[in-house]
Design a protein around this ligand. Structure first.
Ligand code: MF3
Ligand code: CO
Length: 249
């Protein structure tokens, strides 16, 4: 069941989203060669708790840390560790914060120092595919119009869209209905209505879209070991046309 959020719920989601956005700003300042992904995790956890929120991911299905840090061929759900980031790496950082019972969820991929032109293009196309998708995050369109716009843009630029992981409704729980694939035909799925809140999150690979999970039971990597990038915001379908990004400052 897809829930329609009240004005009060939406306001709490804006507050949760703003904390997530501030955490992403901190990450942007901290990322440089030599920093460990655990240092990023600890700094974000402190920021979230200081803001009166809790890190949504910590303890979720037994997940051990507060953020996900996925480096290079890692797609999503990389676990922060003593691994130092190196010049030329790309790192996807996914952050969730729960404030007064409501969740904000957003992800971004960053370059570490100077990166290859292919990596740079991958990050750019992934971000742009999100914005192509949300052109259809409006009342009257159907869910798969978003999915189709993302897939079409990514594939037109020579990259592939991950199938095995998808976006999701977000609200008092991190994962609510509907599941939101980043691929598929247009004109399918539920019609979008004002008050729906959706975490839209394209995961884009340089090579094959196929992925596998490492023995740590969390880290998702590309099957061919090529690079992957991730971009996500929690988005409100509004009554005025333009969707509202909830995970902004
Ligand atoms: N943003 C991710 C998602 O949409 C975060 C899940 S990580 C987990 O699924 F540890 F919390 F599972
Ligand atoms: Co998400």
């Amino acid at each position: 069941m897809i829930t329609i959020k009240s004005h009060k719920e939406i306001d709490l989601m804006r507050q949760a989203g703003s904390i997530v956005a501030k955490a992403h700003c901190l990450i942007e300042e901290m990322i440089k060669p030599g920093v460990t992904t655990l240092e990023l995790d600890q700094a974000v956890e402190a920021l979230i708790r200081d803001a009166g929120a809790t890190p949504t991911f910590k303890g979720y299905s037994g997940y051990p840390k507060s953020i996900c840090t996925s480096v290079n061929e890692e797609v999503v759900h990389g676990i922060p560790s003593k691994r130092k980031l190196c010049e030329g790496d790309i790192v996807s950082v996914d952050i969730g914060a729960t404030f007064k019972g409501y969740v904000g969820d957003a992800a971004r991929t960053h370059p570490v120092g100077k990166i290859s032109s292919e990596a740079d293009k991958l990050i750019k196309i992934t971000r742009e595919s999100f914005f192509k998708g949300i052109e259809f995050a409006r009342e009257g369109y159907r869910l798969s119009d978003i999915s189709n716009a993302i897939q079409t843009y990514v594939e037109a630029n020579g990259f592939s869209i991950v199938r095995d992981f998808v976006g999701h409704g977000v609200g008092s729980k991190m994962h609510e209905d509907p599941p939101i694939p980043n691929y598929g035909q247009k004109g399918r799925g539920p019609r979008l209505r004002a008050g729906m809140t959706l975490a839209i999150e394209p995961m884009v690979n340089v090579g094959t879209y196929e992925v596998r999970i490492l023995d740590d039971e969390w880290t998702v990597v590309t099957l061919d070991g090529k690079l992957s990038s991730h971009y996500e915001h929690s988005v409100l379908i509004t009554g005025t046309g333009e969707p509202e990004l909830l995970t902004v400052i």
